[in-house]
Design a protein around this ligand. Structure first.
Ligand code: URA
Length: 200
């Protein structure tokens, strides 16, 4: 794998950043992707959701969370009054699909994280929802399991500003473990409270 120069000076505009991501060859996933998957929703949203990585449907359509997990995410978001057309921005830790939907690898996350950080800086959300262990470990710098992190409000530093972040299970996990869905609805209630507090 050819290693790119460090990504200094990423574009200060989401459209330009998306175009740069579309050309990215920083890790081996560029060889197996059909296309990059950058974001869904609205760029000036006050709520930003961060997931893991594109799956097969996302890789085919070029949009995050368009498969079954995405349909569940849409329902969860509706419970806090948001939809892709209304005040939410959705992105993933990885912009390219890992083959066979395997877990992201550490070097892939390391190469892709600057893009996510730049999205955070440019969207500048008031509140974050992190779903699944990879968005949580990447943005909260922790290896603790979700079970130990949920129910509290965390902080993600965006351009030196602490932005409140609520964590929850990944919707794909909830599809496999529907008995955990009750907990995710509790997490969304916490998210709603934080959004109200932040006037997000
Ligand atoms: N799972 C994710 O984490 N992101 C997607 O875009 C789709 C499924």
């Amino acid at each position: 794998v050819e290693v790119q120069a460090p990504m200094v000076g990423l574009p200060n505009d989401l459209t330009d950043l998306q175009q740069q991501v579309a050309q990215c060859q920083a890790c081996g996933l560029c060889k197996t992707r059909q296309q990059t998957v950058f974001s869904a929703g609205v760029p000036n949203a006050t709520l930003m959701v961060v997931g893991e990585a594109p799956g097969a449907d996302e890789d085919a359509q070029g949009q995050p969370f368009v498969g079954r997990a995405g349909q569940l995410l849409d329902k969860l978001l509706l419970s806090v009054g948001r939809s892709r057309q209304n005040n939410v921005y959705i992105a993933n830790v990885l912009k390219c699909r890992p083959p066979g939907n395997r877990n992201p690898e550490a070097d892939e996350i390391a190469q892709c994280e600057p893009y996510l950080r730049q999205q955070l800086a440019l969207v500048n959300p008031k509140v974050l929802l992190l779903v699944g262990r990879f968005s949580i470990s990447t943005l909260l710098n922790t290896d603790k399991p979700i079970s130990q992190l949920r129910g509290q409000v965390h902080q993600v530093s965006i351009d030196g500003r602490g932005v409140p972040a609520v964590v929850s299970y990944h919707p794909a996990y909830l599809l496999r473990r529907p008995e955990e869905k009750a907990k995710s609805w509790d997490d969304l209630l916490l998210l709603k409270r934080v959004m109200e507090e932040q006037q997000a």
